[in-house]
Write a protein that binds this ligand. Structure first.
Ligand code: BG6
Length: 303
């Protein structure tokens, strides 16, 4: 991180009452958004939303207290971007799981104060020889982050090349809950899912409750997903477009302990509800076309 880089970003893109840039943890440069609706911190590495907290509310996005902040390392928590593939690479076992977007530099392309008081910050992935070795296609990726009463994220993939590309992607978002054992996740009832813990293809009956490791890819999932949290007396609503699959993940005790950046009890206060294009739900983008994965996260009171 260089002081000059932060000063340059502030000169070009800071907006009083909305956004400024600073050196964040581990020397990562972050956009600090603070407006009338909410606060949010976004690392330029990965265009990674680390926090989002509406005014007068608890944080909505979970960030591990043991997260590691270092160049080239993915941050445990927040809203990591999986791109241009989700999970393991289809053919190259050496390539990083969930793609490289979350561990490389992104640049700021613009900031805007919106009429309703929200703040928009847009990022573009920076490609270099290492990323091109794993993804030899002329492709642009943008993350357009809107921090307001809701948190809206748009991951835009543009095919700038001459042949079709196939992309998998996700907002692998970690949500903060009072106690996952008391929560219920609605909106996936009736969906078939691939069970990565127990194996096989199953069908969801009713709401999801979590009392053990859960790692599932829900297919044919386009409806809103609701995380009902009686402890915090709130519901988190996940609305999405451009995604036909949803991953629900909680590592529970043993897996979390092995990961090294979760802490012992971290798994109790989080759940990942990931709006994805995963498994067979990949996206073909013809030359000159674009694909947009869009999500909105919003809070509602719960009785
Ligand atoms: C989820 C996967 O999307 O991400 C899990 O379904 C995986 O299998 C989890 O463990 C976390 O992945 P990572 O690479 O951030 O440790």
């Amino acid at each position: 991180m260089s002081v000059a880089a932060v000063a340059d970003l502030n000169q070009k893109f800071s907006i009083p009452g909305h956004v400024r840039f600073a050196a964040g943890p581990g020397g990562l440069i972050v956009a600090e958004v603070a407006n009338v609706h909410a606060t949010s911190t976004i690392a330029l590495q990965g265009a990674h939303v680390m926090t989002w907290q509406p005014r007068q509310q608890r944080p909505v996005i979970w960030l591990s207290r043991f997260a590691k902040f270092a160049p080239g390392k993915s941050i445990r928590g927040g809203a990591p971007i999986c791109w241009p593939w989700f999970g393991p690479h289809a053919t190259e076992a050496k390539f990083p799981g969930h793609g490289f977007a979350r561990t490389v530099a992104w640049e700021v392309v613009g900031t805007r104060a919106l009429r309703d008081g929200a703040t928009e910050v847009s990022f573009r992935i920076v490609q270099d020889a290492a990323t091109k070795a794993q993804w030899p296609h002329a492709t642009e990726a943008l993350n357009i982050v809107t921090v307001g009463r809701s948190l809206d994220l748009a991951l835009v993939t543009r095919n700038l090349g001459g042949s079709a590309i196939t992309v998998g992607d996700a907002f692998h978002t970690y949500f903060e809950v009072s106690d996952i054992r008391q929560c219920a996740i609605h909106g996936l009832g009736g969906c078939p899912y691939l069970d990565k813990v127990g194996g096989g293809k199953k069908q969801q009956q009713g709401a999801i409750t979590i009392g053990e490791e859960v790692d599932r890819i829900y297919l044919d999932s386009v409806a809103d997903v609701l995380i009902d949290d009686p402890g915090y007396r709130r519901r988190i609503r996940v609305t999405k477009r451009g995604s036909r699959s949803t991953v629900v993940w909680n590592p529970w005790t043993e897996k979390a302990a092995k990961m090294g950046d979760f802490g012992t009890h971290g798994y109790r206060n989080m759940v990942c509800v990931e709006s994805t294009n995963a498994a067979d739900d990949v996206v073909q983008i013809p030359p000159g076309a674009e694909h947009r994965l869009w999500v909105r996260y919003a809070l509602e009171p719960l009785g």
